[in-house]
Design a protein around this ligand. Structure first.
Ligand code: ZN
Length: 246
């Protein structure tokens, strides 16, 4: 590792379970961030700051004024720009050694395998269950770890799905919660959950410490408290029920 790189990452390399070996693993890794809203903004900022080698960012939408309270990658001059363009600019300025691929596409049944093909970890940065279920199903089928996060108001949830090993999203949430026309969100909430998604991803990529597998974490910002529950696979799950164990 060249001196400048070492200096840049020195504070995380100093973590015993991370080390120089961890940094090298991170540099060789490819993360796909599906959605560049509040969750995807926070997650991709911290992954790029940490020096993940390759990042694919996916979002078909353009920046709207009402996004700016929480989608911290997008700033006032970015309104009406494609989110992937706005994100790419900030992330590249932050750490030009990360190779970033921008996909201004909506995730569909048709393109999903191509989008996720090279991923080592997939991050759920979406705001709807239709896309979440699509991502979950594809991740189960092609055995990609999937870090789920969701927020509303001052509350959020998080779990790390390892296909074949942990419950999938459909085991935990068989039916989507009713969709509200406008999802209320305090910007700091996806900040909290998105940062945790980045942390989970880094832990998975390096093989360090204890990721949130088989557990669902709930964040209640109204009380400023975290709670977790144990989650189990549903043997009859239509998505992962017949998946072979790893
Ligand atoms: Zn399942």
């Amino acid at each position: 590792m060249i001196a400048k790189e070492f200096e840049r990452y020195s504070r995380q390399i100093a973590i015993p379970s991370f080390g120089e070996a961890g940094q090298r693993k991170l540099e060789a890794a490819h993360v796909v961030v599906a959605g560049l809203g509040g969750l995807g903004s926070a997650a991709s900022l911290y992954l790029v700051a940490a020096g993940v080698g390759h990042l694919t960012i996916i979002d078909a939408q353009r920046v709207e004024l009402s996004n700016l309270n929480r989608q911290v990658l997008h700033w006032l001059p970015d309104v009406n720009r494609l989110k992937v363009e706005s994100a790419m600019e900030k992330l590249h300025a932050m750490n030009p050694s990360v190779s970033i691929e921008a996909k201004p596409e909506k995730v569909t049944q048709k393109n999903i395998h191509e989008l996720l093909r090279n991923a080592d970890v997939v991050i759920d940065g979406t705001d709807n269950y239709q896309t979440r279920y699509l991502l979950n199903e594809a991740c189960v089928r092609i055995h990609k770890p999937f870090v789920h996060g969701a927020v509303e108001g001052l509350t959020g949830q998080l779990t790390t799905i390892i296909p074949g090993d942990s419950p999938c999203l459909k085991c935990i949430i068989p039916k989507p919660p009713p969709r509200k026309p406008t999802l209320p969100v305090l910007g700091a909430t996806p900040g909290v959950i998105g940062c945790l998604q980045a942390m989970e991803t880094i832990k998975l990529l390096i093989g360090m410490d204890e990721p949130l597998i088989g557990r669902m974490l709930f964040f209640d910002g109204q009380r400023t408290s975290f709670e977790e529950i144990e989650i189990r696979r549903d043997p009859n799950c239509p998505v992962c029920g017949s998946a072979p164990s790893l």
